[in-house]
Design a protein around this ligand. Sequence first.
Ligand SMILES: [Cu+2]
Length: 688
Amino acid sequence: MLARVLFTFLMFSHSFLVYGEMVLYEFDIDTKLVNFTGTTVEALAIGDQIPAPTIEARVGDVLRATFHNRLDVSASVHWHGVLLPDDQDGVPFLNTQPIAPGQSFTFEFPIIQTGTYWYHSHSDLQVQRGIYGAIILREKDQPPNSIQDEIVLFSDWTDEDPGSVLSNLKKDKDYYAYKKNSVQSWDKVLANGGRAIRNRFSQSFTRMGPMDLADIAYDRFLANGKSENKLIVNDINAEQILLRLINGSTSSYFDVEYAGGPMTIIAADGQDVEPIRVKRLRMSTAETYDVLVRVSAEASVELRATSFDGSGFSSTFVGAGDRVYAPDVPAPNLFLMEAHDMAMGIDMMTTPEHQGAAEAMPKSDDKGMEAAMVEVIAHMTDYQHLVATASTVLPIQRDWRQIDLTLSGNMERYVWSFNGATLREDDQILIRKGENVRIILYNSTMMHHPLHLHGHFFRVVNQHGDRSPLKHTVNVPPMGTVVIEFDANEEKDWLFHCHNQYHMKTGMTRVISYEETSTYDADTARVIQPYLRWFNRSKLDVQSNFLDLDYSLSDERHGFQLEADSNFHDSYEIEATYTYYFSRFFSTFAGVERRKHEEQASTSYAIAGFNYTLPLLIDSEWRVDDEGEFRVELESELQFTRRLGFDWRWNTDKEYRYRLKYNISKRWAFTLNSDSEYGDGVGMQYLF
Ligand SMILES: [Cu+2]
């Protein structure tokens, strides 16, 4: 069910009487069968479309959009980048009640801005399943001969249920690296030579671990819901058209390149910027850019969006005629990237090649545009080139509030956080209306994070000072620092979070609350983050000499472990512990152990101690039992090739275990082992 009706009505705006229209939309949210890969699976859709139908309105209009939830789970709609009253923002339990199964909700808010935005579900991982669409807000009086504009909405798709994607990441951070063949094994380090070897040693010595670009192996990358998308140019005499690029993915960054010459960026996140020309543009998750591209009457020109881990791309062909293809974007070489390069956003595979004004672009009368367009940026991966069209300096003579946020995470356990705490551990950031707020974002992890603030635009402080650009989403590169500033001109509560849905849902989220008007209830933190729950991780080794089971159940802070091994003859060892995780590197535990060795009688102990990660990423366990026996155990693993790995453990009781492992799939491996208790053997390992 889809309806768009316009009513003209009188509206009071800033005490002026203006004509506006009531723009009405009405959609169902329902399941939809899709086939992107050759396999039919159930997706989620608004208005039976993926992406959802485009919503359009003009400044001065009132948008009234009704959604009927036909699903058997609750749903929600958030208006990403749109300025609106707090209760229309669509974050379930925080701003707007979730739309319960079988229920409907009508949003209604005035349109007070122009630009390219998008809307999407803020419930569970429904964005990954298809609930996203474009919203285009236009000038009240758009000139009649204005340029043709087209939406290109990028997204990522997996046939797998996103909930099980997250469970798999909780079992093993490299779960999808295996599938993508991007396991950062030593054979690849060695193949990349001395610098890669030095990087790997320095990364493991400082316990950072290797850099990582994308956690998930996607089956397809889409543009407007297709791997290959076509746009028609309406006017054969047109020299250029406007593309409204939207990264509506769940966790992907794209390098976007147009085969018909540089793209001219004229807006970022819906806000106008001084025009700049770029050959290749990196778009972080949830960002939008408006770009002008040249079109030809004879050619069908490719706009290619390549996932920045190099795992795939979508194509959009603009115009009709012979195809002109965009170049392949080589995957970045992670082995040659040092922390400094990452923080600076330098991409080791693409050496900048400044082309000057090699290609003749249609001439413009705008002087500012002329000046800024002399140069072509080979690959724009940060915000240094963006210049706002007017000063964005915040009102002077107001109080400043500075907030320091470290982007933190535990890649091993797949927990993401700010300042080491997830949303339910540290939920609110309090501000006051009328302040200038500065947030200093420092990324201590080895991944990029696209951070999004609801309900406000912030300045991304760059080399252009007063003219630093306004955005609603900003990438913070690994080990990098980004400063954002905004005018605290709202009320109540607004979400601030990583827009990688898997990071947001596992804890990298805060609520920014206006002290005087906040209605936030701390008990809802848990409801906002349904994935801050218990995840299990199990490994079973069936071997000729003994059987070994490792089981753990943990949330972001607590864990229960069971470790058992036995030869089913005369020896066994069972250990059950509770662990409290203080940080990525330090945890404490207490529990019981029962063991029996050959002819001896079985004995039981109470045990307690701590785990600490040593340089070179060696895990150490320091423990004492109730008889005062002290033991240190060291343990680590090495990945030689994508399939071949080795793990070892050794302790001060002179017990050891070595295991060579050959993976035949992510979950199954052949093993060879040598154990001080059980001798040598062969077997199979299963991860579940
Ligand atoms: Cu993130």
